[in-house]
Ligand binder design. Structure first.
Ligand code: TYM
Length: 340
């Protein structure tokens, strides 16, 4: 049987569980914009608020955080006219397909997810059931659109493998070729931006130390301060990228510089080999501020009109439903449920 041809379609999402970081920008947003502008894909981008509530979110701030994340997408270059931009909770297909996939995914698969182990920690008894089921909802996000390509940072790789397993098991169990086996798109020098305080931990919006990350809302002075204080070793920058193998903090700053300046890491080494940190860090901060400054200004401008952001998300949700609802209806049908 020949595989059905799926429309080339990108789906990806970001949790509105706090401010966006340089990790989100380089590992996700910037690459979303490239895929949108490439023109070969229909693009669907989602603020995944149903995922965010798997850990406590204050209802007084969640909507505001969601608007701010939407502003971050648009300020980074997502055009809500050509791409679909919406928040997950407005499209019930996600929750519904998530439930159907809870009945396809196996407990053993979920228990092996490293993000579950990290986030639940030792106290699994007290973690929400949603946190455990999270990857099945993520599979639903992607497969409700029959997405063929999913750009993400490296930390989401295991979840995407699980998405492929769920699609394959569904197709196998029901004897259909209904869900695509999605391609993860994890490429470029910054798919894993590390903390500025610890080169073995990823840069994260949930790290208690604000000095560990660059936020998209940081101004040039703050960016300079954070890079100047970033942990490094005493050695100058070496001749080749390979020589950074055992220097995680130094390599991280080189990766960030390469991603921001759009150069390969080898070209960057050609430029900066032999420099000390006193020379390299201020230059890196300047390049970062040049990129982030306009994004931050545009976010502030967009945030001054929250009603317009809500309108854009409402319109995106209508367009998202048009794709997802028939796919979920067909899924129910394949599973043997009566529907009118
Ligand atoms: P989240 O909200 O943690 O992160 C959003 C995106 O940013 C990437 N990212 C990073 N990339 C490089 N370096 C970093 N330090 C860094 N931190 C975050 C993440 O890899 C991700 O691409 N489960 C997802 C959200 C999600 C999703 C989906 C993604 C829900 N459903 C469907 C794709 C498709 C998450 O928690 O991402």
């Amino acid at each position: 049987m020949t595989a059905p041809a799926f429309t080339p379609r990108v789906f990806s999402g970001i949790q509105p569980s706090g401010g966006l970081t340089l990790g989100n920008y380089l590992g996700a947003l910037k690459r979303f914009v490239d895929m949108q502008n490439d023109g070969s894909f229909e693009c669907v981008f989602c603020l995944v608020d149903l995922h965010a509530i798997t850990v406590w979110q204050d209802p007084k701030t969640l909507a505001q955080q969601t608007r701010e994340a939407a502003a971050g997408f648009m300020a980074s270059g997502i055009d809500p006219k050509s791409s679909i931009l919406f928040n997950q909770a407005q499209v019930s297909a996600h929750a519904e397909l998530g439930w159907l996939f809870n009945c396809v995914a196996r407990m053993g698969w979920m228990g092996r997810m490293t993000q579950w182990k990290d986030k639940a920690g030792k106290n699994t008894e007290n973690a929400s059931l949603g946190l455990f089921a999270y990857p099945a909802l993520m599979a639903a996000d992607i497969l409700a659109y029959h997405a063929t390509h999913v750009p993400v940072g490296d930390d989401q790789k295991q979840h995407l493998e699980l998405t492929r397993d769920i699609a394959a098991k569904f197709n196998h169990d029901f004897g259909v070729d209904f869900f695509p086996i999605t391609e993860p798109v994890i490429d470029g020098p910054a798919t894993r931006v590390m903390s500025l305080r610890d080169g073995t931990k990823k840069m994260s919006k949930s790290d208690p130390s604000d000095m560990s990350r660059i936020n998209l809302t940081d101004d040039a002075d703050m960016i300079l301060k954070k890079f100047k204080k970033a942990r490094t070793d005493p050695e100058p920058l070496p001749e080749t990228y390979g020589d950074l193998k055992d220097r995680p903090e130094a390599r991280n700053l080189v990766d960030i510089y390469a991603a921001l300046s759009g150069q390969s890491t080898d070209d960057v080494m050609g430029e900066v080999a032999g420099q000390g940190w006193g020379q390299f860090k201020p230059h890196l901060a300047e390049v970062a501020a040049e990129k982030i400054g306009p994004i931050s200004d545009e976010m502030a401008r967009l945030m001054s009109d929250p009603a317009e952001i809500d309108r854009i998300l409402g319109d995106g949700s209508d367009r998202a439903r048009e794709i997802a609802d028939p796919i979920v209806a067909k899924t129910r049908d394949i599973m043997g449920m009566i529907s009118s």
